[in-house]
Design a protein around this ligand. Structure first.
Ligand code: HEM
Length: 125
């Protein structure tokens, strides 16, 4: 979620974090999120690409998902000038969220090849 309801905005509105003396905590949290997010997301997307390239059927189902859930509603609802697909306008969060095949495939890729396969909680208990 991005915008006024995104996570950084929640932190900035939080009583504790918004105290001037705690400003460095926000910076600290952001560095934490950046490190936690970057490699995991990169690996997850890379693994997904690997599966798509190897499996033609998966590739075709994903293309169908994009066509049905993103492109067709875009052409119908946004009615782009000259009838051409505008990818920036088409790929909005609300449509991506409805891409069931993509979501299931991505979850399956996370399950078979977890980018972070260990948990500190798991090891400590
Ligand atoms: C596919 C992407 C991701 C995977 C597979 C993943 C995986 C994980 C796992 C397994 C843990 C638990 C680590 C442990 O138990 O020690 C964790 C924790 C965490 N992740 Fe992610 N993560 C992903 C994306 C992100 C993103 C995008 C962010 C931030 C924007 C993020 C922020 C964090 C943070 C802050 C923690 C620590 C939570 C805590 O304090 O308990 N992660 N992640």
């Amino acid at each position: 979620m991005v915008g006024k309801d995104d996570f950084l905005n929640h932190l900035l509105r939080d009583d504790y974090f918004s105290k001037p003396e705690n400003e460095l905590l926000i910076v600290d949290e952001m560095i934490d999120f950046f490190i936690a997010a970057a490699q995991t997301t990169k690996t997850a997307v890379g693994n997904m690409m690997h599966h798509i390239i190897r499996h033609t059927e998966m590739n075709q189902k994903l293309l169908r998902d994009i066509q049905m859930v993103v492109i067709e509603p875009h052409l119908k609802e946004d009615a782009p000038v000259d009838g051409k697909v505008d990818l920036d306008q088409a790929f909005v969060y609300e449509r991506l969220r409805d891409m069931d095949y993509f979501t299931n495939a991505f979850n399956e890729a996370l399950r078979t090849d977890p980018p972070a396969s260990v948990s500190s909680t798991y090891y400590l208990t």
